[in-house]
Design a binder for this molecule. Sequence first.
Ligand code: ADP
Ligand code: MN
Length: 513
Amino acid sequence: MDSVGVAADAGPGPAWRSKCPWGAPNTTSISCSLADVMSEQLAKELQLEEENAAFPEVVAVAEGPFITGENTDTSSDLMLAQMLQMEFDREYDAQLRREEKKINGDSKVSISFENYRKVHPYDSDSSEDEVDWQDTRHDPYRADKPTTTPRRGFVGKGKDITTKHDEVVCGRKNTARMENFAPEFQVGDGIGMDLKLSNQVFNALKQHAYSEERRSARLHEKKEHSTAEKAVDPKTRLLMYKMINSGMLETITGCISTGKESVVFHAYGGESATEDKVIPPECAIKVFKTTLNEFKNRDKYIKDDYRFKDRFGRLNPRKIIRMWAEKEMHNLTRMQNAGIPCPKVVLLKKHVLVMSFIGQDQVPAPKLKDVTLSSEDMKKAYHQILNMMQQLYKECNLVHADLSEYNMLWHDGKVWLIDVSQSVEPTHPHGLEFLFRDCRNVSQFFQKGGVAEALNERELFNAVSGLNITADNEVDFQEEIEALEKRNEDHVQNHGKKLSRFSSSGDPPIYDE
Ligand code: ADP
Ligand code: MN
């Protein structure tokens, strides 16, 4: 940040500054004698002080939490630049869209400018920024209706009629249109003159400008992806930045975990002015990764989940990722209501879920796989988990579907369940298989951990589900589970109704009316 304009901004400063997570600016006033004022040295010092007071966050942000991994040498200038760039890209695309409409009109054959867009189509739903994701009455996945602009193709009346093919008008328009090329594309000062470009020249220029654009976009994209691997992409960073600016979060201290599908940060809660909710003193921010590849193989969890069924077909991958976040929120809420120890949901914004932090003083509670428990605690943990699995199934109507010592934390002398974005209802077409896998993990962990009374996976499955599958070996058991799933699925197909619960073996399935 250069010092231009700093002297002019010597006032108390805008309101947001008082909320700045990096501390309030120092506004001590210095009184001094005339002689001192004359001193050039002092003037310089004052100027410097003023600068520091006016822009304290410039320095702070450089060490701030958003700048992780590679970009440690950047400052808030980068953030500003990125915000501006995003704004610019959006405007650029809007102009491109207008241009596209103008060219195509209502003609049957149309040219698409899709490839020239700056903002990836999955990114372009910025209007949803303010969507309240916890308001489930609103369907955020609704597809936009296509709009068309009728084309007249001429202006004026009688002999004054000017068609769009008029050479002079067209030439001037072409010149003006050059403004819409990317800013780095040098068009000279022709725009200000009464310059007429022929269609041919204009089109050649346009073609060139666009291919240049595409080239730079490709480079840009590569860069973006590599940093997203390290931490989060600029859009997400902006979202997190907004949470601090709104006062909801105090500071984001750093990254707790980088998994294949999510990045988790620790943050200190702030005092939100808008939400009436109490923000926990420490929060975990789970950012669902927007690199799409890893999510493909998770389709089966969500695709067959009737809760999301209607939406799935017409969603783009980015929205599907948001759905994971949404799913985690809903599932955590159900668990919270049943009294199962798990993170409390604070806020969901797009693919970013803020919840209470399990742990203390920035140290996350250890996973069950990393903690060494006394045999007493191990036994306690086992019984607690058995209990939680039953509650989850019966009261929350959920199967965790990724339950293992990796997704259970030991905190405050008890086990906490986390990571429920993939959890499904038991009547999900593969729900029972997921449950059986959960049981296998839990059973094996505790049997290896020396808990003598730990049920084996089949016993545990029956204890949790209340089903009474009698097979005495794994293979047969698995087969019976699949048969049960199939029978219920057929039933759903025939009756066109969703099953609410599995019945105990034999009886017809139970529906919620
Ligand atoms: P993933 O899908 O990447 O496994 P998780 O929800 O399991 O996502 O989170 C990854 C890790 O982040 C967890 O193993 C845990 O260590 C930490 N973590 C996640 N949520 C919380 C939380 N609310 N409090 C403390 N640590 C958490
Ligand atoms: Mn996990």
